[in-house]
Design a protein around this ligand. Structure first.
Ligand code: 13P
Length: 250
């Protein structure tokens, strides 16, 4: 059985003390018996504090980005080793905001994926089509090429360290969410694409999260779909009560 996962992407929100108190609030209200993996992703400045705060709890911590080089003259960037040195073992790569505002493309993301895996970081890999691509009926094609360009050079074993997050760009921060049927249709397509490339064992073991305006009100219905294995949550992950309600929905 693949794992259910709910991850909160805090984006550029929360300073050190706010990150610490949100983490404590989440830990205090989590159902300790739940089988769902719970991940929070604070800004890079807060990784060490959040990792320390979450130590010994069910909450895991992810970085939001990293550079592909191991070290060097890359002002403002952080490496996989720096992330690991904070106690964090997961990194989000390929978020649409990184693609859009920081011009990250599939080739660069393939390099980042390789660097993260070499450092033994687990990866939450984000991808998804833009509104005009969906309107043009190109969403399946776009998603397939994002996956194959950045990930399909990997061997089957590497997929033990990959979590996929389908995030249609038109649903991110817009309040507009993919319908549960649209999410299921795309997730089933993604799993089929993985089956064709790697076979059933890999395809059935990879968790595929949905992201884009998931809220306590719509989480149960979206997560009830057979190929939706949880969510990557933006805005609603910034309030402990909303995030916990979404975790409980999984
Ligand atoms: P929202 O939940 O705010 O739409 O953001 C989704 C997202 O980008 C998670 O990575």
């Amino acid at each position: 059985m693949r794992t259910k996962i709910v991850a909160g992407n805090w984006k550029m929100n929360k300073n050190v003390s706010e990150s610490k108190s949100l983490t404590l609030d989440i830990i205090a209200n989590l159902n300790a018996q739940s089988q769902t993996r719970v991940i929070v992703s604070p800004p890079a400045t807060n990784l060490a504090t959040v990792a320390d705060t979450a130590q010994g709890s069910k909450v895991e911590v992810a970085a939001q980005n990293m550079h592909q080089a191991t070290s060097g003259a890359y002002t403002g960037e952080i490496s996989a080793d720096m992330i690991k040195s904070t106690g964090v073992e997961i990194v989000i790569l390929g978020h649409s905001e990184r693609r859009e505002y920081f011009h990250e493309n599939d080739a660069l993301l393939a390099e980042k994926v390789n660097a993260a895996l070499a450092a033994k970081l687990e990866i939450i890999f984000c991808f998804g089509e833009k509104l005009e691509e969906r309107k043009a009926g190109k969403h399946f094609e776009v998603v397939k090429s994002q996956l194959s360009n950045a990930l399909f050079h990997l061997n089957a074993d590497a997929w033990k360290s990959i979590i996929l997050a389908y995030e249609p760009v038109w649903a991110i921060g817009t309040g507009e969410t993919a319908s549960p049927e649209q999410a299921q249709e795309m997730h089933a397509f993604i799993r089929q694409t993985l089956t064709e490339k790697y076979g059933t064992a890999v395809a059935e073991s990879v968790s595929i999260l949905y992201g884009g305006s998931v809220k306590p009100e719509n989480a149960v219905e979206i997560f009830s779909k057979p190929d939706v294995d949880g969510g990557l949550i933006g805005g609603a992950s910034l309030k402990a009560a909303d995030f916990i309600a979404i975790v409980n929905a999984a």
